[in-house]
Design a protein around this ligand. Structure first.
Ligand code: HEM
Length: 198
């Protein structure tokens, strides 16, 4: 949908006075939202017991990567016309670009190894490798924070959400949450008390 809306707005000349910035911002924001949703899958499954979300993790992660590819293409092709010297200069001089590139670089091996075949091939190492998604998310939020400069409320909000999702994975907290959930599930249902008159 975000891509369809972007194409629709593009076709109707409705991408603000600065279309390249608009496309960069919308693809970046969409990628960050999808990355946060990818990180939310495990806590939603473990804490709330909603198993149905688990199969969504891979498509969410891959779509996040897809929008980041559009984000990077917009920057390198539409904004910098594939001028490698200028791009290298931007990476060297603009910390937010450097951090963005670092986040993207971390996600590349995760996208490549997201297939069932790689999961089988890597075995336990696959889980260890894919923990890097936390690093990519933290770098993505830092990149966003460095981009906006003035009003940092939104990057901070994303940062808080992603930090919260990470904290929910810490084993001690996970055990507490699991215990609460089990207690709730095993608590005998309260039967309606017969009213005194009946
Ligand atoms: C591949 C390297 C990357 C480059 C070259 C890059 C470049 C940029 C640029 C130039 C902007 C500023 C647009 C503007 O306001 O003028 C931007 C904004 C943004 N980028 Fe990136 N970025 C990269 C990676 C990432 C990654 C990995 C994420 C998220 C995980 C991300 C998320 C965002 C967000 C959320 C914004 C701000 C959108 C807004 O202001 O509404 N970017 N990026």
């Amino acid at each position: 949908m975000p891509l369809a809306l972007l194409l629709w707005d593009g076709a109707h000349n409705d991408l603000t006075a600065n279309p390249i910035q608009e496309i960069t911002q919308r693809t970046g924001k969409t990628a960050l939202v999808l990355l946060a949703l990818t990180l939310a899958v495990t806590p939603v499954n473990r804490v709330l017991g909603v198993r149905q979300v688990v199969p969504l993790r891979r498509p969410l992660g891959l779509y996040a990567f897809f929008y980041l590819c559009l984000h990077l293409l917009t920057f390198t092709v539409l904004d910098y016309w594939l001028d490698l010297e200028l791009i290298a200069q931007a990476i060297a001089e603009k910390p937010y670009v450097l951090v963005g590139v670092a986040a993207f670089t971390v996600l590349v091996p995760l996208a490549i190894t997201s297939t069932k075949n790689w999961m089988r091939r890597l075995g336990r190492r696959w889980r260890v490798l894919h923990r890097l998604v936390y690093v990519a998310a933290a770098l993505g939020v830092t990149h966003y924070y460095l981009v906006v400069k003035a009003d940092v409320r939104e990057p901070l909000l994303y940062g808080a959400i992603i930090a919260g999702l990470l904290v929910l994975r810490f084993p001690p907290l996970r055990r507490v949450v699991a215990r609460i959930r089990v207690r709730r599930l095993t608590r005998p249902a309260r039967l309606p008390q017969p009213s005194r008159g009946s």
